[in-house]
Design a binder for this molecule. Structure first.
Ligand code: UD1
Length: 421
C-alpha cells in the first residue's frame, strides 16, 4: 500500500490549479443514464472515485470514454441491466446516485444498500422514502434496494432529515423527478453548489427545473432528456484544503479557478483566524503570517461551514494561539482524525460531537494512519507544518478525492513524496 512521506517546515508559495469538483462530477455522470444521445463533460477530475464511476456505468449499459483532452464522453447503449451490485457500491457510496436515474428512465433500480463507513452511519432512508412518494414500490432483497414504478408521478416532498438536508438524496430525487409525470416540489432540498451544478446539467439536457440553490426546488417532468455538453464546477473542498495549506505553512498561494462565492463560510472563519484571503481575477490568494487566533466552528449543510473541511481546519487550529471548538452537526461521529492528530502532538478533547482544540506551539512528525478521505487531507496538512517526518499510511483514501495532491503540493514547495509499498 502506498504511503506519503512529508518533511514539514516549508512555506508554500506559488500557484495551484483547482480541479473539477468530485461531488458534482459523480452525480452528473450518473445522470447520463437519463439521457438519449451523447454527453460531453469538461473539467472532470481524474481521481479514484471518478474511475470507479467509470467502471460502474458501463455495467449499466453506459459507454464512458476519457478523451486525450481530459473530457469525458458518455452515451447509453444498452438499458437492460438495472443492477448496481454490492462489490461496486461498497467501494464508493456515491454509486447510490444511479438509483434515481435508473428508476426514472428504466422503471426499475436494484442498488446494493451501502453500509456505514469511517465517518459514521450513512442511511439512505430519505432517498428511498422520497422515491416511494413519487410512486415507486420498494423492497429490500439480499441487501439490495429494489425499486419499481410504471411511471413516477410528481409530488410535494419534504426531504429534510435529522441532520438537515441530504446532498445525494436531493440529487437522486431531482434526477428522478425530471422524467416523472407532472410537477415535483422538493422542500428542504440541499443547496450545495454541486446540486446546483447537477441541475444546470439536467436543464441543458432539457429538464425543467427552477429553485435550485434554494431549499425549494420545483421540477416539471418532461418525456425525455437528451445528452448535453457541460463544464463541472471547481472543487470547493480541494480549494479549501489548499487555502488551509497556505495558512498552516505561513505561505502565499494563488488558487486558480477557486470560486470564493461557493466558500464564504470558510473564508469567514479563515479571516477570523487571522488568514488573509483576497479574491483575484483568476480565483483567490491566501497568505498568512501564522499568528493564528482560535475560533468556534460548527459544521452545517451549505451555506454553513462544510463537514468536508472539518478535519482540515482542525489541523490548522491545532497550532492556533488559544482554545478553539469544532462542533460537527452533519456527521457527529466524523472524528477519527482526532487520535491521529494527537500522535503528532495536538491537544484535543472530544466530548460528543464537539472537539476542543488547545493550540500548541508546534506539531511533530509521526507515522499516522489515514482513516477516510478528508481525515487524510488533515494529516497531510499537519505533516506540512510538523517538525520532522510524517509518514501517512493508507493513502488510497486521499486518492479517492484529490487529483495529484502530492504533485500540486510539491509544485509550490512542499517536501512530500509517494512511497510505493
Ligand atoms: C455528500 C457528499 C459528502 C459530504 C456530505 C455532507 C457526495 C458524493 N458526498 O454525502 O462528501 O460529506 O454530502 O455535505 O456528494 N442522512 C440521513 N438519511 C439519508 C441521507 C442522509 O439521515 O437518507 C443524514 C446523514 O447520515 C448525514 C446527513 O443526513 O448525517 C447529511 O448527509 P448527506 O448530505 O446525505 O451526505 P451524502 O449525500 O452521503
Amino acid at each position: 500500500m502506498d504511503q506519503f512521506e512529508i518533511v514539514g517546515g516549508n512555506r508554500l508559495r506559488g500557484a495551484v490549479q483547482i480541479s473539477g469538483a468530485k461531488n458534482a462530477a459523480l452525480p452528473i455522470m450518473a445522470a447520463a443514464i437519463l439521457t438519449e444521445g451523447e454527453t460531453v463533460l469538461h473539467n472532470v477530475p481524474d481521481l479514484a472515485d471518478v474511475s470507479h464511476m467509470q467502471k460502474l456505468l458501463p455495467r449499466l449499459g453506459v459507454k464512458v470514454s476519457r478523451e486525450e483532452s481530459g473530457d469525458l464522453r458518455l452515451r447509453v447503449e444498452d438499458e437492460s441491466n438495472c443492477h448496481a451490485e454490492y462489490e461496486l457500491v461498497n467501494k464508493m457510496r456515491a454509486s447510490v446516485c444511479v438509483m434515481g436515474p435508473l428508476l426514472a428512465r428504466r422503471r426499475k433500480a436494484q442498488v446494493a444498500m451501502p453500509g456505514g463507513c469511517a465517518i459514521g452511519d450513512r442511511p439512505i432512508n430519505l432517498h428511498i422514502a422520497a422515491l416511494q412518494a413519487l410512486g415507486a414500490d420498494f423492497d429490500l432483497i439480499n441487501g439490495d434496494v429494489c425499486l419499481r414504478a410504471k411511471r413516477l408521478t410528481g409530488k410535494e416532498l419534504f426531504l429534510g432529515g435529522p441532520f438537515g438536508s441530504s446532498v445525494t438524496a436531493t440529487a437522486n430525487v431531482l434526477m428522478a423527478a425530471t422524467l416523472a409525470e407532472g410537477q415535483t416540489v422538493i422542500e428542504s432540498a440541499a443547496c450545495e453548489p454541486e446540486v446546483v451544478d447537477l441541475a444546470e446539467f439536467l436543464s441543458a439536457c432539457g429538464a425543467q427545473i427552477r429553485g435550485h440553490g434554494t431549499p425549494r426546488i420545483v421540477v416539471d417532468g418532461v418525456e425525455e432528456l437528451h445528452g448535453a455538453e457541460h463544464t463541472v464546477i471547481p472543487d470547493r473542498i480541494e480549494a479549501g484544503t489548499f487555502m488551509i495549506a497556505a495558512a498552516i505553512t505561513n505561505g502565499d498561494l494563488n488558487l486558480n479557478g477557486a470560486r470564493v462565492d461557493d466558500m464564504l463560510a470558510v473564508v469567514d472563519r479563515l479571516r477570523l483566524i487571522g488568514v488573509n484571503v483576497e479574491r483575484t481575477e483568476t480565483g483567490v490568494n491566501v497568505t498568512s503570517t501564522r499568528r493564528l487566533e482560535p475560533v468556534e466552528i460548527t459544521t452545517q449543510p451549505y451555506p454553513g461551514f462544510p463537514t468536508d473541511l472539518q478535519a482540515q481546519i482542525m489541523a490548522l487550529l491545532c497550532i492556533a494561539d488559544g482554545n478553539s471548538t469544532i462542533t460537527e452537526k452533519v456527521f457527529p461521529d466524523r472524528f477519527l482524525h482526532v487520535g491521529e492528530l494527537g500522535r503528532m502532538g495536538a491537544h484535543l478533547r472530544k466530548e460528543g460531537p464537539t472537539v476542543t482544540i488547545q493550540g500548541v506551539k508546534r506539531l511533530v512528525g509521526a507515522p499516522v494512519m489515514a482513516s477516510d478521505l478528508r481525515a487524510s487531507a488533515a494529516l497531510i496538512l499537519a505533516g506540512l507544518v510538523a517538525k520532522g517526518m510524517t509518514r501517512i499510511d493508507r493513502i488510497y483514501h486521499i486518492d479517492r478525492g484529490y487529483e495529484r495532491i502530492e504533485e500540486k503540493l510539491a509544485g509550490v514547495g512542499a517536501e512530500i513524496r509517494r512511497v510505493s509499498g
